[in-house]
Design a protein around this ligand. Structure first.
Ligand SMILES: Nc1ncnc2c1ncn2[C@@H]1O[C@H](COP(=O)(O)OP(=O)(O)O)[C@@H](O)[C@H]1O
Ligand SMILES: [Mg+2]
Length: 312
């Protein structure tokens, strides 16, 4: 099959692992930089251009669209889907996952437990918000943070006011969130592919830090998840519409609490911690999706009602 990894940099660990796994399974693979793809708008449906030339047919795509290029990356992805490619994580699902508020709402409505959260754009009524998500400390998150950057903690009312005031003045949307103490600065990262968790790890923040992200110096260890946590991770991914997802969860006495769902989860941390190949199952899932898509395209269209014979 003709497979493309949509990524800005072929040398990145996750990109190169996906390329190697696809090659090992006999596919023709290329890395496409979404920023070098142009969307063509015209009367005819045309595939996007790559470096000025129409892109040849592609069967399947594994997008690795970074947070900084979400908008253009997902627009390109939608075009590729329209041109007939199967994409592991469609443009719409990536957009939803990148919107922290919308994705938390989607999960809360489907009865997945998430931390109590309030979005605000001013310091007015902050006392009420503190009563809702408090007690202090309270977590503050910027709408488009990633790798732990954009997630902060306010230990006092004074710092909470100052932070909310500063961010809203800067035009940033902030989310205020209940601090999950039971988590003790650890969380679970589960890698979901299709309807399976294929690897998981427990991450622990370094001393003096509450964020457990590996990019923020967190330590990780292999963890075998119980069925309850696996079900929760798969449900969170499904609700967001993602085929491949890194689901972050807190472990609490009442069971899993989902923090967020990542649409482009890094493969390095989880592969080295769980000592397992996660790139191959991703490619295998893409193969299955392409096969299902082909069957659907070959199936005869619903029989149309016969045209009425013209009256003589
Ligand atoms: N409500 C919370 N209570 C306690 N710790 C939290 C909370 N939310 C986030 N954290 C910590 O901060 C980290 C980063 O937050 P997260 O929402 O996952 O943002 P990012 O997208 O930057 O990874 C989490 O992995 C977790 O360790
Ligand atoms: Mg996270």
């Amino acid at each position: 099959m003709r497979i493309a990894v949509l990524s800005r940099n072929a040398a990145l660990y996750s990109t190169s692992r996906l390329v190697l796994a696809a090659q090992a399974r006999g596919h023709e693979v290329r890395v496409l930089d979404p920023m070098q793809l142009s969307i063509v708008v015209g009367r005819r449906m045309e595939p996007p251009y790559f470096r000025g030339e129409p892109l040849p047919r592609i069967d399947g795509i594994v997008p690795r669209v970074g947070a900084s290029i979400t908008r253009y990356g997902t627009a390109v992805l939608n075009e590729l889907e329209r041109a007939g490619a199967v994409t592991l994580n469609g443009g719409q699902s990536i957009l939803l996952a990148r919107d922290k508020v919308a994705s938390l709402q989607t999960m809360a409505r489907a009865r997945v437990r998430v931390p109590r959260t309030v979005c605000t754009r001013s310091t007015e009524g902050l006392e009420g918000v503190i009563r809702t998500v408090g007690p202090l400390p309270i977590i503050l998150k910027l709408q488009h943070g990633t790798q732990g950057i954009g997630t902060m903690i306010a230990e006092s009312k004074a710092s909470l006011y100052a932070m909310v005031e500063t961010f809203t003045a800067m035009g940033q949307e902030v989310m205020l969130q209940q601090f999950i103490t039971e988590a003790r600065n650890t969380d679970i990262r589960a890698l979901v592919v299709g309807d399976r968790v294929i690897a998981a790890m427990r991450r622990r923040a370094r001393r003096g830090e509450f964020r457990s992200n590996l990019h923020r110096g967190g330590q990780s260890e292999y963890v075998k998840l119980s069925a309850r946590y696996r079900r929760c991770a798969v449900k969170a991914a499904k609700l967001t519409g993602l085929d491949v997802a890194g689901v972050d969860m807190f472990e609490t006495p009442e069971g899993p609490v989902v923090i967020e769902v990542n649409a482009s989860p890094g493969l390095e941390g989880i592969e080295t911690t769980a000592q397992t190949d996660v790139a191959t199952p991703i490619i295998e899932h893409l193969e299955a999706r392409i096969a299902a898509h082909r069957i659907k395209m070959r199936a005869p269209k619903k029989a149309r009602a016969p045209k009425k014979k013209p009256r003589r």
